[in-house]
Design a protein around this ligand. Structure first.
Ligand code: AMP
Length: 341
């Protein structure tokens, strides 16, 4: 199949104009939101989206609104040229890469009060914790685009129950930032279909709930986790692991897959299963943030596995926080579960 460069669009207005033009011609548009540094996990979402759409938009935007000032926004890996090369090499390619500079800069939007904010600081990286302190607000719920005054961004979407547990406990601004930027992308790109990875299981559930609750006319699809040959879930952050840390990090997928088989063989007590995973990760040298077994739909903790659940883990190896999960359905035989040893 012929290789072709995607069209790169950086302006919101141009993006929306492109989408509306294509939709007026009856085209079905898919969106795959990413933060770039693309790997096979992202590519699998693109392949999934192709099944449902005529045209495909991949967004590449590292969203400051989902990072707290103490998190790794400034060290998040990026390689825009490499990303474009990967997308160009794909059979069928992608149609548009939406690559905005700053989604929180409203200087060209005019303003509802008529006075433009000329001081949008949304590109600031990890340097605004002072604003929070001056205002006396909780630093824990500040993201990297918070501002104390002016016409800067101040509207946030909260998916109140689903965002609370799992990653939401240690990353209190994360899902607020994700839901908000995804809503913005939906309003800019106006896709018919959007594909998210189940690697970020809670994120996928949060977005589906937001789309349902706010009546976005968009079909949100969850795509399966893509793993390396040794079982480690692919992540842009893996590049920051040393060889030794990467080796140790395999304890996550190994212990999760063992727990899945144990559950399918009748060991349904969640505290036992959780303990075995926590112990395996700790013995490998990881620091467990959480290891929880929750219902797939509502992400509520369960004590015993009776209906479909997801076993979700977050753990630190060195300076890198990794997440992974496995869906478990005890009504399904264990024959298909891969174990890495
Ligand atoms: P990110 O660039 O990390 O924000 O991820 C963009 C999208 O890719 C999200 O929907 C992720 O869930 C998805 N994704 C990231 N890694 C994987 C993976 N290993 N398998 C499947 N989807 C993934």
């Amino acid at each position: 199949m012929e290789k072709r460069d995607p069209e790169i669009i950086t302006e919101k207005e141009l993006m929306r104009t492109w989408s509306r033009f294509m939709r007026a011609q009856g085209k079905i548009i898919g969106l795959v939101p990413t933060m770039g540094y693309l790997h096979q996990g992202h590519i699998s979402l693109i392949e999934e989206a192709r099944k449902y759409t005529d045209l495909l938009v991949v967004s590449i935007y590292v969203n400051p609104g989902q990072f707290s000032p103490t998190e790794d926004l400034s060290t998040y890996p990026s390689d825009f040229r490499g990303d474009i090369d990967k997308l160009t090499a794909l059979p069928g390619g992608v149609d548009v890469v939406f690559h905005p500079q700053n989604l929180y800069d409203y200087r060209n939007n005019g303003s509802e009060s008529g006075d433009n904010d000329t001081s949008s600081g949304a590109t600031r990286r990890n340097n605004n914790s002072g604003d929070a302190k001056e205002e006396g607000r909780e630093e824990a719920v500040m993201s990297c685009i918070e501002r104390q005054s002016g016409n800067a961004h101040e509207t946030w979407i909260r998916v109140e129950r689903l965002e609370r547990g799992l990653c939401g406990k240690s990353r209190p601004v994360f899902f607020r930032g994700v839901a908000t930027v995804v809503a913005k992308l939906f309003n800019i790109v106006e896709p018919d279909v959007a594909v998210f990875g189940k690697k970020d299981y809670q994120q996928w559930r949060v977005i589906r709930r937001m789309v349902r609750d706010l009546d976005f006319p968009i079909n949100v699809i969850g795509s399966e986790i893509v793993r390396d040959d040794d079982g480690l879930a692919l992540s842009s952050r893996n590049v920051r692991l040393s060889t030794e840390e990467r080796e140790k990090a395999l304890s996550i997928n190994m212990s999760l897959s063992r727990a899945k088989i144990a559950a399918q063989n009748g060991q349904v007590s969640c505290s036992d299963l959780r303990n075995s995973v926590i112990q395996a990760i700790q013995e490998a040298g990881g620091k467990v943030d959480y290891a929880e077994i929750v219902s797939q739909e509502n992400l509520e903790a369960v004590e015993e596995i009776k209906s479909p659940v997801v076993f979700s883990v977050a753990a630190w190896f060195g300076k890198v926080r990794l997440i992974d999960n496995m869906e478990i359905d005890v009504r399904v035989q264990h024959v298909n579960t891969q174990v890495w040893t």
